[in-house]
Design a protein around this ligand. Structure first.
Ligand SMILES: Nc1ncnc2c1ncn2[C@@H]1O[C@H](COP(=O)(O)OP(=O)(O)OP(=O)(O)O)[C@@H](O)[C@H]1O
Length: 660
């Protein structure tokens, strides 16, 4: 606080998963304004080189500097918008990113000492961070609120996991339990027996999409939560975690380091809030496990053994906990850059030592088709679903060991076209020029392709086609040479060169957008609010330093969010130096790569394959995004744009051997 000389909060690396948008904040100061008795708290935020906010609260109202900041950042164009924004700012419930920075406690009527004020402010910041599993403890330069843990919430992480209404959970459980099929019931009992015996157990629940895995997770978690037991529900991807009750990504929940190596452990020290949570946990549910590298499961195993060693479980697999994995081995396996077939298979959970302890449970009945309200006849749906599974199992054009050409059913093909891109766009987005801003029209559609180059071509084509002012955002690039020795050749690393580099997992140097463009987030910004890697949104407004967009997938549909720029670098750099991008963490998603579509549920997919798939499970994932046959069309052509009816399918059958 200014009265005490101030305390700069250096939180420049605290981005991921926090409610405070603090990635680029180089300095946060909380000051008491001495001369104005009723104006107690200012939060001054300095963000990066190009934008800043100076947000002032006086008597609980946002004052003029906020107005100036809004204009400066391009949020607002005129005074009427300002008035509307102020009215909106009174609604603290929604997710305006500026509002999340308003660490104010409307203290105007309270008589507090500087120390009390400082402590209350710190508690407020800590609360925000804890709701996203972060803490001020992570920043050594930061003060910590006095008596925060004991006086306020105990171990917040444990508290949150027990903060379920047991009666409500019991009611949920009863409804779900009575609906279980025989197959599901047997699985439920197998897992609950292990929980009740308290001797641990590792399970793998294998089932293709629609067989009821999520239904099982819901039944198990409500059973356990109604008994006040702790169940941690995680998924390998952000988008899948949104379907789990209380779900998070495994990386954030278990603090798994990136990249995860052979000898990695979770970033959880003994006798911390996190380790106490793991100790108190009864069951861990981990969905989409085949997508994660085996090193992630091994890191969790080592950490749980360490945490549970004081109870004598240092040699028990996963420290003697009940762990239930789930997923489908037909889908895309862990992505290992520049890897061979054996590298990829070797990275899978089934190649890990933890697999030896896994009891495989199988769901085989498609519950989605039984319960679907689709108009397509059930016979046709069953036939379509069987074909998808045969592609996934590699049972078409056998023997299919690895790579094989398969014939696509005629009725799924688009074969009458002159310009293939135009044809796939016309099929997937019919009457686009009339409906290009219609959110319901856009939200369930996507064109899928195997490579980033093809995806970029389609996205540019559509952006050029639709009317409206286009805004171009360029990234700031820089090179981090701290880990490399100087080399003369680095002098050729000009900005022009850097801006042409492409890497998966980071956005393009140049992003072009129009209002109405569908985009996909590439980072987990706020899992509580449903802003995950994979969340789809539609651009509603383009300002100079921020993009306003509306969520259209999964959780919090319709909510508006502001997406800021952030610093990113590829976790596995293909170059001998580390590149850092400062760019919006998004990609345009009229078209997207098949890998990005994993976990998405879509109504209409145009699969465009001028270049075939190149890895296990990609064709299966692409054709299984839709729930009905009428939602899928495939366009394949050769180098001369002549239509083809065959394409490559890749299935590494050795991964299925683990299932017995
Ligand atoms: N026993 C059941 N009784 C009634 N409905 C069920 C049952 N099991 C599953 N369902 C319903 O079937 C549909 C598919 O189930 P669910 O989403 O759990 O499958 P999934 O295996 O998780 O699929 P995906 O991997 O595609 O997410 C859902 O609508 C679910 O509510």
């Amino acid at each position: 606080m200014a009265a005490q000389g101030g305390f700069p909060l250096n939180v420049s690396n605290a981005w991921s998963g926090t409610k405070l948008i603090i990635n680029d904040i180089s300095n946060v100061e909380i000051k008491k304004l001495k001369d104005r008795p009723k104006s107690l708290v200012w939060l001054t935020v300095v963000k990066g080189p190009t934008c800043y906010e100076d947000i002032k609260f006086v008597d609980g109202k946002v004052q003029d500097s906020f107005r100036d900041a809004c204009f400066h950042m391009g949020f607002l164009n005129d005074d009427s918008e300002y008035v509307a924004a102020i009215n909106e700012a009174k609604d603290w419930g929604s997710g305006h990113f500026l509002r999340k920075l308003f660490v104010t406690m409307l203290l105007s009527e309270l008589q507090l000492s500087d120390t009390e004020l400082k402590n209350l402010t710190l508690i407020e910041i800590e609360n925000m961070m804890q709701s996203n599993r972060r803490s001020l403890h992570e920043f050594t330069c930061m003060p910590y609120p006095d008596s925060y843990v004991t006086k306020h919430v105990g171990n917040r992480l444990i508290y949150d996991e027990l903060d379920y209404n047991a009666e409500k959970e019991q009611k949920n459980f009863e409804e779900l339990f009575h609906a279980l099929t025989d197959e599901q019931l047997a699985i439920y009992h197998a897992i609950m027996d292990a929980v009740n015996k308290k001797r641990g157990g590792v399970f793998f629940l294998h089932g293709y999409g629609g067989t009821g895995k999520t239904f099982m997770w819901r039944t198990l978690s409500s059973a356990l939560r109604s008994q006040k037991k702790i169940v941690l529900t995680v998924a390998s991807s952000g988008i899948a975690s949104l379907l789990l009750p209380g779900g998070r990504t495994a990386h954030s929940k278990f603090k798994i380091p990136v990249p995860t190596l052979d000898n990695s452990t979770c970033n959880i020290d003994k006798d911390t809030d996190h380790s106490q949570l793991l100790e108190a946990t009864d069951v861990i549910i981990w969905d989409e496990a085949p997508m994660s590298h085996r090193h992630c499961f091994e890191a969790l195993d080592k950490t749980l053994k360490d945490v549970m060693s004081k109870k004598g479980f240092q040699n028990a697999i996963f420290g003697g906990k009940v762990v239930v994995f789930g997923g489908d081995f037909r889908q895309i396996l862990p992505v290992v850059p520049r890897a061979s077939r054996s590298d990829i298979v070797h990275a899978s959970i089934s190649s890990s030592y933890v697999w030896e302890y896994c009891q495989v449970l199988k769901l085989t009945k498609n519950m989605r088709l039984r319960h679907g309200r689709d108009n397509t006849s059930s016979d046709e749906l069953a036939k379509f679903s069987k074909w998808i599974l045969q592609v996934g199992d590699g049972k078409i054009s056998e023997p299919n060991d690895g790579l094989v050409d398969i014939e696509i059913p005629k009725e799924l093909l688009i074969s009458n076209f002159e310009d293939p891109i135009r044809a796939i766009v016309d099929y997937t987005y019919p009457n686009l020029l009339e409906k290009f801003q219609d959110v319901t029209f856009l939200q369930g559609k996507a064109i899928l392709a195997s490579t980033i180059e093809v995806v970029d071509r389609i996205n540019h084509y559509i952006l050029d086609l639709i009317p409206g002012e286009e805004k171009e955002y360029l990234s700031f690039d820089s090179i981090d040479r701290t880990d490399t020795t100087y080399n003369e050749s680095y002098e050729v690393l000009t900005p022009e060169f850097l801006s042409k580099l492409r890497a998966s997992g980071i956005p393009n140097h140049k992003i072009k957008l129009k209002v109405g463009t569908p985009i996909m987030l590439m980072r987990n910004l706020d899992q509580v609010d449903g802003l995950c890697n994979g969340t789809r949104l539609i651009v509603t407004r383009l300002a100079n330093h921020v993009i306003e967009a509306k969520i259209v997938s999964r959780k919090n549909i319709g909510n508006i969010f502001y997406i800021p720029r952030m610093s990113m670098s590829p976790s596995d750099s293909p170059w001998p130096f580390k590149l850092i991008w400062r760019q919006f963490p998004i990609i345009v998603s009229y078209a997207m790569t098949i890998n990005k579509s994993q976990g998405q549920s879509l109504d209409s997919v145009g699969l465009y394959l001028p270049t075939p798939v190149f890895s296990h499970g990609q064709l299966y994932v692409a054709i299984s995004r839709v729930k009905s046959k009428s939602g899928l069309k495939i366009l394949i052509h050769d180098k001369d744009n002549s239509p083809c009816s065959t394409t490559t399918n890749i299935v590494y059958k050795e991964v299925f051997e683990a299932l017995g």
